[in-house]
Design a protein around this ligand. Sequence first.
Ligand SMILES: *[C@@H]1O[C@H](CO)[C@@H](O)[C@H](O)[C@H]1NC(C)=O
Ligand SMILES: *[C@@H]1O[C@H](CO)[C@@H](O)[C@H](O)[C@H]1NC(C)=O
Ligand SMILES: *[C@@H]1O[C@H](CO)[C@@H](O)[C@H](O)[C@H]1NC(C)=O
Ligand SMILES: *[C@@H]1O[C@H](CO)[C@@H](O)[C@H](O)[C@H]1NC(C)=O
Length: 387
Amino acid sequence: MISKSKICSIFAYLLAVFAVVGVIYSLKLVSISIQGHQIDKFIKHAGYYQLSQIESQSEDGSFTAILNWVKGKREKELSSSPVIKDLRVTFKVDANDECQFKVTDVNDSRFHLPENEPYPFTKQRNKERPLKKLSSQPKTFLSILLISKYIEVTTQTKNSMIFGLGDRRTDFLLKSGKYSLWTRDAADIDNGTPGKEIYGFHPMYLRRDIANNQFQVTLFRNYYGMQVDYEQNSHLTYKVIGGNIDFKFFIGDSNPETSIKLYHNYINGWILHPFWSSGFHQCRWGYKNSDMLMDVWNNYNKYEIPFDSLWTDIDYMYKYQDFTIDFERFNITQMQQIYNLSDPRGVHWSSIVDVGIALDSNAAEKGLDMNVFIQSAKTNQSLVGKV
Ligand SMILES: *[C@@H]1O[C@H](CO)[C@@H](O)[C@H](O)[C@H]1NC(C)=O
Ligand SMILES: *[C@@H]1O[C@H](CO)[C@@H](O)[C@H](O)[C@H]1NC(C)=O
Ligand SMILES: *[C@@H]1O[C@H](CO)[C@@H](O)[C@H](O)[C@H]1NC(C)=O
Ligand SMILES: *[C@@H]1O[C@H](CO)[C@@H](O)[C@H](O)[C@H]1NC(C)=O
């Protein structure tokens, strides 16, 4: 066992500029809800984690260590969500401008995102040079708490500008506020007010260090529902309902593209959308047949309004079965005419496909046999929802 005063110096050394201030979590009352789910109304703990063992360390600064929970005076256990007492902390230098900081339970038994294709994973890159000076790193993790149903981690954001935590519909530059990340078919979308959920879930941000104009990308590799409380020029706190603390850092320079490119490479280089998809689109639910589509198409042409794409919502399907067309209502000849790209009037067809599989279908029958569907937590049966 290493003494407490030594903990800090070891961490200051190992983490260079990270300095996990003793990984101390002090007494705090927390009350949050994500998407109407109240999460542990009151979490009332006092205590901290203490370094008990360094398992490995290497010259490049990488290490793994075990931390143990030290019971505080006023600790009050929540039987429904006990503190995770034994943690493994891993700091890994993946390249001179890429590193990872991870905290899991010792047995790594909680859900984590796999680190291989098609998930984001670390590519083999030049490791020869030492890690870049992390001048634009979050200098401090102010506090960390892992209890079985809740994680909280706070990092400092002084003298920096934060962009990201998508999807967002308006400014990239984040204002102070609570940002929920929870994938949702959201009609009531983000209009510049922090807090609203939207389809996409991107727990990453681009940080600009104001003093030296250096950019860096931080990805939080955790895909549970979360709320990020952000206070400009102060701190950023993740409040998460599961998983691990797992940060991946991409350290750039004065050009924001440098760190964005590192991140883009890490997430397997998603392709850019086609140019026409940035054009004018006509879409609605309720095109019941191709006559209606033909009307819309004819009117656009008649009034000489240029457009690039005509969408059909799931009405075009045969009994709402994915990858089918109801040819009785949607005349193939008319469809070919509208979507004929050799014709100057032709437009792209964007056909909406839902992830839900129609109950009344061969696909559903097969899927049930193969037990591939999401199970309801209440019944343990395949989940039946309504679109
Ligand atoms: C970790 O796994 C070991 C061996 O299976 C087990 O004895 C121990 O209780 C586990 N520890 C925790 C904290 O789950
Ligand atoms: C489909 O549309 C074409 C062109 O308008 C028409 O000639 C044909 O009769 C239609 N087919 C059916 C089955 O309605
Ligand atoms: C597509 O448009 C071209 C050029 O106008 C025309 O020659 C061709 O017959 C059209 N094809 C269909 C299937 O409508
Ligand atoms: C669902 O499965 C879990 C784990 O096997 C079990 O604990 C639970 O009682 C089951 N619930 C129902 C409603 O069958």
